[in-house]
Design a protein around this ligand. Structure first.
Ligand code: MLT
Length: 394
């Protein structure tokens, strides 16, 4: 008789953003005339930039000719894109070998897929609050998950506790959901902890392009020692509007050797076995992001979202609401007014202001009493949402 993976009993029945979507669908069905502004899931709204669209068209034309047609590509990604990513890291002084770069269909998939490399008996350390994918993928696999408290007192940036033993550690900076960003000295503490304990850091850099402060690190490899203990996962979803186009990259340095096995070789073996690569057309589009013109254009879009974030934080400043994020991050994380709990505030905000956000409690125990709004919306709608929140005077 077949036995199922009963670890699925240990996770919530529905993924956080599916639960939010269901609640919003029920509200709009019950109130078809109400205008609802969505600032919940961090999905982008601006179109792909012209350089990307041109590359997509050209790649489609390639596929229409015998000479330009592409069938199965290299599972790790085409050289033209791996070189473009290598150049991007190089500009920041991070030197990577081309075969350390693996093109993916996005950060979320690889954050789960990478767990194929690790034994089930490892202990996983995640910050709380946390992007739910880190927890759910490990619980599904039956791993033990422990938490590092992120709260107002540490600026939502927990540091390693030498008394805690962990094997797989997730770090997301700029952080989802809180928008808090680690500086180099803080990341060095995590790298040192990982090296000293033979642990691996899974560094989620999906929001790196929102960093404006030149002193803040975009990549874990800006920190000395990281090549010996860290895998980095990044995505073009938020940087270049690829949430629906799907392309990202994962860096697995050749120096990562545990139990006498090289993680880079293992990941190559895993990808060649279980993945057929990202479509040629999409990789051409992704490569256009790294051209000078592409970079100029995506920065314009990032500036648009940053202006939204500034509108949001200015409104919270005026209302005297405590928040973090919104500076080097598209997320603003704030304390629910009147001591309301997160889901109660979710309902109140939707009912009174017609604004959808994400309840902090959905990201973990320490998220209770907090709430997340994204700056990825339309500028007019963002301003309108903040006006409605101000008027609602919770
Ligand atoms: C979020 O809203 O946290 C993100 O959009 C989720 C994701 O990138 O998968």
């Amino acid at each position: 008789m077949i036995h199922v993976n009963t670890h699925y009993r240990d996770i919530a029945e529905s993924y956080l953003f599916s639960t939010v979507a269901k609640k919003v669908a029920a509200f709009t069905a019950a109130h078809p005339d109400r205008s609802v502004i969505r600032m919940g899931i961090g999905d982008v709204t601006r179109p792909l930039c012209p350089a990307v669209i041109e590359a997509l068209h050209a790649a489609v034309d390639d596929m229409a000719t015998a000479a330009g047609f592409h069938g199965y590509g290299p599972e790790q990604g085409y050289d033209f894109l791996r070189e473009a990513v290598r150049g991007y890291y190089g500009e920041r002084g991070v030197s990577l070998a081309p075969d350390e770069i693996f093109i993916s269909d996005g950060a979320k998939s690889d954050l789960g897929n990478l767990l194929d490399l690790f034994d089930q008996n490892n202990t996983v350390l995640v910050p709380d609050p946390v992007y739910p994918v880190y927890v759910d993928t490990n619980v599904m696999a039956g791993r033990r998950v422990i938490y590092a408290d992120a709260n107002e007192s540490n600026g939502f940036l927990p540091l390693p506790d030498p008394g805690v033993k962990a094997d797989i550690i997730y770090i997301c900076s700029p952080n989802n959901p809180t928008g808090a960003v680690y500086n180099k000295a803080q990341l060095k503490c995590w790298v040192d902890y990982a090296v000293d304990n033979g642990a691996i850091l899974l560094f989620d850099a999906a929001y790196e392009s929102f960093i404006t402060d030149p002193d803040l690190p975009h990549s874990i490899y800006e920190i000395e020692g990281a090549r010996r203990c860290a895998i980095e996962v990044c995505s073009l979803s938020k940087t270049a509007g690829f949430t629906g186009t799907r392309c990202g990259y994962t860096i697995v340095p050749c120096d990562l050797v545990f139990d006498g096995m090289c993680l880079n070789k293992m990941w190559t073996r895993r990808q060649t076995t279980k993945f057929n690569g990202v479509p040629y057309i999409v990789q051409r589009a992704a490569a256009a992001v790294f051209t000078p013109e592409g970079q100029r254009q995506v920065r314009e879009t990032l500036a648009y979202y940053r202006r939204n974030a500034a509108v949001m934080t200015a409104a919270f400043d005026e209302m005297g609401v405590w928040y973090t994020g919104g500076k080097s991050s598209p997320y603003v994380w704030f304390r629910c007014p009147g001591g309301m709990d997160s889901w109660a505030f979710f309902d109140r905000l939707l009912e009174t202001a017609g604004v959808v956000g994400t309840p902090g409690a959905g990201f973990g125990r320490n998220g209770e009493g907090f709430f997340r709004l994204t700056a990825f919306g339309d500028a007019d709608k963002t301003a309108e949402a903040m006006e409605r929140i101000r008027k609602a005077a919770f």
